[in-house]
Design a protein around this ligand. Structure first.
Ligand SMILES: NC(=O)c1ccc[n+]([C@@H]2O[C@H](COP(=O)([O-])OP(=O)(O)OC[C@H]3O[C@@H](n4cnc5c(N)ncnc54)[C@H](OP(=O)(O)O)[C@@H]3O)[C@@H](O)[C@H]2O)c1
Length: 349
């Protein structure tokens, strides 16, 4: 069930909100960085001014290719720069905590790729720093800001499908052995869980409420990298989620939410659905099926960036649709799933 705190930020009492533009730096010069620059540029209140890389040469090359005025080969210098208001962290999972903490402590707003960090206590620690420093912090959970998912939230709140009782969702694909290191390297937080199931678990927590129980079975390497799994979550009042994820085979990126009077299907791709299919009624009457399409803006990040700008320029330190507490709860669930997978593996040894 959508959290009651999920309301749009109130910007009515903040006349400065539209007066300023936020100056962004992107951290990490990988593929996600280019997508971020492109979509940030579609937000009227954003100015992308800098790239930060571990290599000054890569930073300079990226800045030149993207037409950015500043290139940092040193994260300390970026954090000390008065010419940057906000950072977008697009580096592998296990690096997020230290990078986000340093930027927050330096007084920068932080939007960080998913998963925000690898543990719930780390997320809460970052949330405390952001609140103390009066700066914004959010995991870049673009799925929650996609027009399709916002529409699903509205439909559920309006009672269109009745009480949501069950979510089935999947996301996975065979990642080649020479594919991105973040999938295969335990030191970078590798595996399917933190990279892919972070979406399906977020959706389950969003629509089904607090978690009660976890069971999971799958394949986990000795170094802890999870390759594939089937997960069952039991939420409050007996609501259930069944989730599949993998980095070794294809799991179509879609799902459906079943309620007492109907269901909402999330079409591909689950993290930014192109459409919702809303089915109402029960046999023997033929069901009514309505399909709602949602064109994608840019690479799909634009609605999230716009919402983040509104929140920051309104002086908020988090966004009500995806506060740090929600991220921490999802991380807690991921940690429990991981523990269940390891127990399941060890029991079968
Ligand atoms: N939302 C989405 O659709 C989506 C899609 C893909 C990825 N992601 C997320 O984006 C993040 C990055 O994923 P990716 O596949 O782009 O990762 P990646 O290619 O391994 O790394 C991205 C960049 O981070 C920097 N980097 C690499 N290793 C690092 C390390 N050990 N310490 C600090 N910086 C390092 C590198 O830039 P420099 O060499 O310039 O420092 C690299 O180009 C992940 O958290 C992932 O979940 C999200």
């Amino acid at each position: 069930m959508p959290s009651s705190s999920e309301s749009a930020p109130d910007t009515s009492s903040t006349p400065i909100a539209t007066a300023r533009r936020l100056r962004w730096a992107v951290v990490g010069s990988g593929g996600i960085a280019r997508r971020t620059v492109g979509d940030l540029r579609q937000c009227a209140q954003a100015e992308v001014v800098a790239i930060c890389s571990r290599s000054a040469e890569r930073a300079a090359a990226f800045a030149q290719a993207e037409g950015l005025p500043l290139a940092f080969g040193d994260y300390d210098r970026l954090c000390a720069s008065p010419e940057v208001d906000a950072v977008y962290i697009g580096t592998p999972h296990s690096t997020h905590f230290a990078l986000a903490r340093q930027a927050l402590q330096a007084g920068k707003h932080v939007l960080c790729e998913k998963p925000l960090v690898m543990r719930a206590d780390e997320a809460r620690a970052l949330g405390r720093i952001a609140a103390e420093r009066g700066v914004f912090l959010m995991e870049a959970m673009w799925m929650k800001f996609s027009p399709a998912v916002r529409k699903a939230v509205d439909l559920v709140a309006a009672g269109t499908i009745g009480e949501p009782r069950f979510l089935q969702a999947g996301l996975g694909y065979p990642v080649p052995p020479d594919g991105p290191a973040r999938f295969w390297d335990a030191a970078l937080g590798g595996g399917a869980l933190y990279d892919m199931a972070v979406y399906t678990v977020t959706l389950a927590r969003m629509f089904l409420g607090e978690l009660v129980e976890v069971s999971a079975t799958g394949t986990v390497r000795p170094d802890g990298v999870d390759l594939e799994e089937a997960i069952t979550l039991r939420h409050v009042d007996g609501r259930l989620a069944q989730l599949a994820t993998s980095i070794t085979f294809m799991v179509p990126p879609r799902g459906w939410l079943g309620g007492r009077q109907g269901a909402i299907e999330f079409t591909e791709p689950l993290f930014s659905p192109a459409a919702l299919r809303v089915t109402l009624g029960r046999p023997p009457a033929p069901p009514s099926v309505e399909e709602l399409a949602f064109p994608r803006e840019g690479a799909g990040y634009v609605p999230m960036f716009r919402a983040v700008h509104e929140a920051i320029l309104a002086g908020q330190t988090e966004h009500p649709w995806h506060p740090v507490s929600a991220t921490a709860e999802v991380l807690e669930i991921l940690q429990r799933i991981q523990a269940a997978l390891i127990a399941d593996r060890d029991q079968r040894r």
